[in-house]
Design a protein around this ligand. Structure first.
Ligand code: GLN
Length: 454
């Protein structure tokens, strides 16, 4: 059942929000041991919210269960970004998005697994157990919002997950798990109460089985927020027309089976498309992204030193020694790698060669997209270069191989433009995502085309 249909039934009293919530909580308890999608199940909180909805079934999302990626602050609910350093941290406040969802009657059921702080493409860099792909347990979910996409694919209940993307973490796991996900225009959804990965890139967005459900939830979470200085005042453009699409030529250099599925889907869709080249984005976006993202991440992580958040120890030594002891013990390998690389690219002597150059490249990427959108309503590409790999295959990869996975998704993230992954078909029973990218605030064109795909 699509979310809209379900919500109407809750609003008319035909379906009880409490009953559905009990059902979905039982389902999570049954599958979570096997799949590891959730870090925290907020049972009592969810049932309280559901009781309130049953008493007064109003709101645009009345009774709809929503899960939150573990980097979103919910008052008194453990929020650890799947990192040991934040184990036990209970925020004293709600993220703006959390308040917006509650106001419209959503039922917040728990916090989903992710790569620690969002650092990863397979959800294997997590301190809370690696989640399993819902279609094949020997495979990964994709990351970093792996729990969000995995659970959305497997649940039998109407459900929307909230994910976060810095360089592709919403669309990547959607592609591997066969669901739809939208990474909106940067600044459209407030980041207040999101634990930062890289401030100039982070975005919150919905993951769902149906494109209509993405639209429904985006409508509730978008909007200006005085608490987030990067929050936009503009609303979405109304125009939904999609006359011409540009197929990004360089992104077809993938597994030939994936290419075939993407081309077949485009032909079936009855939409005019032609190949377009984005040479700068294809060549430089990835390296520019990883320099900027790690530079920002390394400064954001400075605050986790065992004094104010999460893990603490005995301060019976000089402060610097104490900080390094806590950080050495509680940050995983990938987090440490990013702190070191990010600090390096910002250091005097290297800043000009790396960080500042990456910022210049980012501007070139933005300009290249702008140019393409003069001609095309949307751009299209595969979401990922491969289908979900086995965990045993991922374990053999080098860090750089992980980073290469994001080759299609970092471009729109650097430019802050909206992009959406929808399932285009299956290859050896594994889902293949197709990604549409629009100009700033053109989410409506994405919704229009997405409804066309499934
Ligand atoms: N895979 C990318 C990274 O590791 C993107 C992660 C994200 O979007 N949070 O940086």
């Amino acid at each position: 059942m699509k979310a809209k249909e379900y919500i109407e039934k809750v609003r008319s009293g035909e379906i009880s929000a409490v009953k559905t919530t009990e059902g979905i909580l039982n389902e999570i308890k049954k599958i979570n041991k096997d799949y590891g999608f959730f870090n925290t199940i907020s049972e009592n909180f969810a049932l309280d919210l559901a009781e309130k909805v049953d008493k007064n079934p109003k709101g645009k999302l009345a009774g709809l269960s929503i899960s939150l990626k573990d980097d979103l602050c919910v008052k008194d609910v453990e929020t650890m970004c799947s990192s040991n350093i934040l184990r036990g941290y209970k925020p004293p406040f709600n993220a703006t998005l959390v308040n917006s969802l509650i106001r419209e009657g959503a039922i917040l059921i728990g916090k989903t697994n992710q790569d620690a702080f969002g650092f990863g493409s397979f959800n294997v860099n997590t301190d809370t157990g690696i989640p399993k792909n819902p279609l094949d347990k020997s495979r990964v979910t994709g990351g970093s919002s792996g729990g969000a996409a995995g659970f959305t694919a497997l649940t039998k209940f109407p459900h929307v997950a909230i994910g976060e993307s810095t360089g592709g973490s919403i669309v990547a796991p959607c592609s591997f798990c066969g669901v739809s996900g939208l990474s909106p225009t940067y600044g459209l959804v407030s980041r207040y109460g999101l634990v930062d990965y890289a401030n100039s890139l982070d975005k919150l967005g919905p993951v769902a089985k149906h494109v209509e459900d993405l639209e429904l939830v985006l409508d509730v979470i978008k909007g200006h927020d005085v608490k987030d200085s990067t929050s936009l005042r503009d609303d979405l453009r109304k125009d939904r027309t999609v006359k011409k699409i540009g197929l990004i030529k360089e992104t077809l250099d993938v597994d030939p089976k994936i290419k075939e599925i993407i081309l077949k889907k485009l032909d079936e869709m009855n939409v005019k498309y032609e190949k377009v080249s984005l040479p700068k984005t294809s060549k430089y976006a990835l390296s520019s992204y990883y320099i900027i993202a790690m530079a920002e991440a390394s400064t954001n992580l400075a605050k986790y030193c065992g004094m104010r958040y999460g893990q603490e120890g005995k301060v019976n030594m000089p402060f610097n020694e104490y900080f390094s002891e806590i950080r050495t013990k509680n940050f995983n390998k990938e987090v440490k790698r990013r702190i070191i690389l990010g600090t390096f690219t910002r250091m005097a002597g290297y800043r000009d060669a790396f960080y500042l150059k990456a910022m210049k490249v980012r501007t070139l990427v933005i300009e290249e997209y702008k140019e393409a959108f003069r001609k095309y309503d949307l751009l299209v590409s595969p979401t990922m270069p491969i289908v979900a790999p086995k965990l045993s295959e991922v374990n053999k990869l080098k860090p750089k191989d992980h980073y290469m996975m994001d080759v299609m998704t970092v471009g729109p993230n650097l430019a802050g433009i909206p992009h959406m992954s929808v399932n285009a078909g299956f290859y050896n029973n594994l889902p293949v995502g197709i990604m549409f990218t629009g100009d700033h605030l053109n989410e409506n064109k994405l919704f229009k085309i997405g409804e066309n795909v499934i």
